[in-house]
Design a protein around this ligand. Structure first.
Ligand code: 26W
Length: 833
């Protein structure tokens, strides 16, 4: 029963190290009473306690944030500014508690109040401000930057609605808006004092000045206000709390008072509605950018707010930017990292501000831009390489277009002409503008031309960026293109999400493994130790039992924790080949129907994936999987040897439950298509064995764990290319592999969709008439063979335990702390502060 706080809480003093359970209890009670408003009995829910606990913790964090800021200000260490349209932060309570070392104390305090902390950590929405790997990578990087005591700021958009929520209705994906902030968010602080004014539209006037030079003056037609919301980023056992600053778009004036008084209510609110639409929703990744004016404005709004904020922070320390005085300092103090091309407009805004508002010379501004900006490429898929129409630029950002033209002219006439004189074809290929029916701006080219470093996210991906995507740029600037292999934070992806394994590791490893993941190598000495194997596999079993309960609660499906849990969790995309997995499930089902006594350890195939709303085939794959699952799960003939579960609403917090329980990790993209993958790292770290292609980071994972501890199959990058050159004919596999033929023909019947024959035919047609662009049929047999070998390996308990342990042991490289140190050494050149 809640009793009113008897103590007054001094929120400004105690630091996390001086706080005990009693102190925390009174802070929680304080928030229950004063912030949440003297809650009545019926409001004494977990949700209220979650909020009060979060707020109590946030007070402590904000104190530490203040101290960090003061320290960083006086040390004046160079900062990195990470610009990303996406951050997939997930939930923050458990993570923040672990990082600030208050988990046990809070657990004790809450027990005294009659609550379980682990339970409360399940409360509250995910901060799902991203689509997939790119957004989660940004979140892991922020964790590592704070943990390693670097001065870093994340910049993004304060979307009113993050990634849509997913439900299934008769197997179909249904999307509903994400309402993460409907009742506020205890982790953020509004900073109206740092609001920015942003201009758009209008025209550019060229004015000839007294000295004969021409000055461009932008008469903008529209203005918005960017209001920042700050989310503190708590380092793990470090002195640092950094900031993630998310911009919300508001109208310059709330509403037109005169129109409102005249009774014209709707028009009075027009500006407000228009402004708010800018930060209203996160774009799902399939929405092709062409013609998406709002997405373009969203990108510009966020870039402009961030660039201005970065300069304001510099000026707060060094005084007004001044060509004669402190300009050279800027590049020593500021690095800006572009997370893919989405924030490319920051380059043009940076140039515009320096040229027009600070009246710098072109060379000064351009030199600075080159030193400050670096760009990370996250994909080779042509459809994801952003291009914006020149017409849209001209309409929304006319001044920026003139700057872009000037950059292009200098680039083509100096760099390109010097290397390839009189080569018109080369000029056309490298130009920032793509000529055609609709002229477009190649955003990636602008990034590469400007940035001092461009990195891919796994070795094979970075090699392909050099050889296939930007070979000419690589010839022009041989040191510009580089690699930084991705990583994941072991705090969220092991310490917090897998408490049982964490305890075992802490008991076994001498160092704090969550700060030094390489120390897990010590486990390899125990990989054959019977006793350790038993402890390790017992934890896996406990985690699987927990997941069976979750599966039951979410889908009603009963699965046995004794089965192999085979997991594929990632965005739904053809190149990731969930449909290869599905085709293999069909093959297993057929084999079982033919021979129910088949010697096969029972398997549960677990999927989690959202399909972008406009991506029809991805949705068809979800539907087919759900329908096939329904049939298989209810077929008594196969003795529960096969189950298929598609968990709805895949997100960070669901991943945290699935990953500790996985035996097998499916990483089966067509070679050359998955830039890196990071789910592969999370699963392996938690002792899942990978079945995968030689693609992305899988290659480096295989190098680390050794070929005996991973199941590699399928075409290599070179073989995929060779097949393309020869001309890939998917029909051939259909005609020559009777199992493939039988499974695909099955999809034409109404076997899985009684009374609705042909409902799953789309899938078959994508393989045959559609040409199977991601070579599912070419890799099927090799995949099936690898699965067979995997099944055999699982039957040898000791061998499997050894493989699982070695996977956990050898993941040290994939710590995002290592990725960050690579960025620091090769790109940002920061010092700790
Ligand atoms: C609207 C444009 C757009 C296009 C694609 C937005 C977002 C995307 C993605 C979903 C990009 C993405 O997440 N890429 C992934 O980045 C990860 C981190 O580097 C890699 O591990 C994955 O291989 C890559 O697919």
């Amino acid at each position: 029963m809640f009793t009113k706080a008897k103590t007054t809480v001094n929120k400004t003093t105690a630091s996390s190290s001086t706080i005990d359970a009693a102190e925390l209890t009174s802070r929680i009670e304080y928030h229950l009473q004063f912030t949440l408003g003297d809650i009545a009995d019926e409001k004494e829910t977990k949700s209220a306690y979650w909020q009060a606990t979060s707020l109590a913790l946030q007070d402590i964090i904000v104190n530490k944030l203040k101290a960090t800021k003061a320290r960083q200000f006086s040390s004046d260490a160079k900062s990195v500014n990470y610009l990303s349209l996406e951050y997939l932060m997930g939930r923050l309570l458990s993570n923040n508690l672990h990082n600030i070392n208050l988990y046990e104390i809070t657990d004790k305090a809450l027990k005294g109040l009659g609550f379980e902390l682990a339970d409360l950590c399940e409360q509250g929405p995910d901060l799902a401000l991203g689509n997939g790997g790119l957004g989660r990578l940004a979140a892991c990087f922020l964790d590592s930057l704070a943990t390693l005591d670097y001065n870093a700021m994340g910049y993004g958009i304060h979307y009113q609605h993050g990634l849509f929520k997913q439900a299934f209705a008769d197997g179909h994906q249904i999307e509903t808006p994400d309402m993460w902030r409907e009742f506020g968010n205890p982790w953020e602080v509004c900073r109206p004092e740092s609001a920015q004014a942003i201009k758009l539209y209008g025209e550019v006037e060229q004015v000839v000045q007294a000295n004969g030079s021409v000055k461009s003056i932008w008469h903008a037609g529209n203005a918005f206000r960017g209001v920042p919301w700050d989310i503190p980023i708590v380092g793990y056992q470090s002195d640092t709390v950094n900031t993630l600053r998310l911009w919300e778009c508001r109208a310059d004036n709330a509403f037109d008072w005169d129109k409102f008084n005249d009774g014209d209510y709707l028009h009075a609110l027009e500006d407000q509605v228009q402004a708010e639409s800018v930060s209203k929703v996160l774009y799902p990744n399939d929405e092709h950018d062409a013609g998406k004016e709002l997405r373009f404005i969203q990108q510009y709004f966020f870039c402009a707010c961030s660039v201005k904020d970065i300069i304001a922070r510099f000026e707060a320390k060094h005084g007004k930017l001044n060509l004669a005085k402190n300009i050279v300092l800027l590049a020593d103090k500021v690095a800006i990292q572009l997370n893919d091309t989405h924030p490319t407009l920051a380059i043009l805004e940076f140039m515009r501000v320096l040229l027009d508002e600070y009246e710098m010379t072109w060379n000064e501004a351009w030199n600075l831009a080159g030193k400050v900006f670096a760009y990370t490429n996250h994909t080779l898929l042509p459809e994801a390489l952003e291009k914006w129409s020149v017409a849209l630029f001209d309409k929304v950002l006319p001044r920026h277009l003139t700057i872009l033209y000037a950059i292009n002219e200098a680039f083509l006439n100096n760099d390109v002409a010097a290397k390839w004189p009189n080569d018109e074809a080369m000029r056309a290929r490298l130009s920032l503008i793509e000529e055609g029916e609709q002229r477009t701006v190649r955003m990636a080219h602008l990034c590469v031309v400007t940035a001092h470093k461009v990195n891919g996210v796994a070795q094979v991906h970075s090699d392909l960026v050099k050889s296939d995507l930007f070979p000419e740029f690589n010839a022009l600037w041989p040191n510009k293109l580089t690699n930084v292999t991705n990583g994941i934070t072991p705090r969220r992806w092991l310490k917090a999400c897998n408490p049982l394994l964490s305890k075992l590791l802490s008991k076994t490893i001498k160092e704090d493994w969550a700060k030094d993941l390489n120390s897990l190598k010590q486990l390899s000495a125990l990989a054959d130790d019977n006793n350790f194997q038993q402890q390790f596999m017992d934890i896996k079993l406990q985690n699987k039992i927990l997941l069976t309960k979750e599966i039951k609660a979410l889908t009603g499906i009963t699965v046995s924790p004794e089965a192999i849990f085979d997991v594929q969790i990632k965005r739904l995309h053809e190149y990731k080949r969930q449909h290869l997995n599905l085709l293999h499930i069909l093959a297993l089902y057929r084999r079982l129907l033919e021979n129910p006594e088949l010697d096969m350890h029972p398997r549960v195939f677990i999927f989690g994936a959202k399909a972008a709303p406009g991506y029809k085939l991805a949705k068809a794959i979800i539907y087919a999987t759900n329908k096939i699952a329904e049939k298989i799960n209810n077929d008594p003939r196969i003795n529960d040897k096969l189950k298929v579960v598609f968990l709805p609403n895949y997100r960070v917090s669901l991943a945290e439950k699935i990953i500790p329980a996985a035996d097998v990790s499916e990483q089966i993209s067509t070679a050359g298509k998955e830039a890196s993958g990071t789910g592969n790292m999370k699963l392996a770290l938690n002792g899942a064995v990978t079945i995968g292609t030689l693609d992305g980071a899988n290659i480096e994972i295989a190098e680390e764990v050794g070929s005996d501890n991973i199941f590699i199959f399928g075409l290599t990058v070179d073989e995929v290319k060779a097949l393309d050159n020869k001309g890939y004919n998917s029909q051939h596999y259909y005609e020559t592999n009777s199992e493939i033929k039988a499974c695909l023909d099955w999809l034409d019947t109404d076997y899985f969709t009684p009374g609705h024959e042909g409902e799953l035919s789309t899938l078959k047609h994508s393989f045959l008439d559609g040409g199977d662009p991601y070579k599912v049929l070419a890799d099927f047999q090799s995949y099936s063979d690898a699965h067979f070998a995997l099944g055999k390996a699982y039957q040898n308990k000791a061998q499997w335990a050894r493989m699982a342990i070695l996977n956990t042991a050898m993941m040290g490289k994939f710590n995002s702390d290592r990725s960050i140190e690579d960025y620091v050494d090769n790109i940002w050149h920061l010092t700790k502060s």
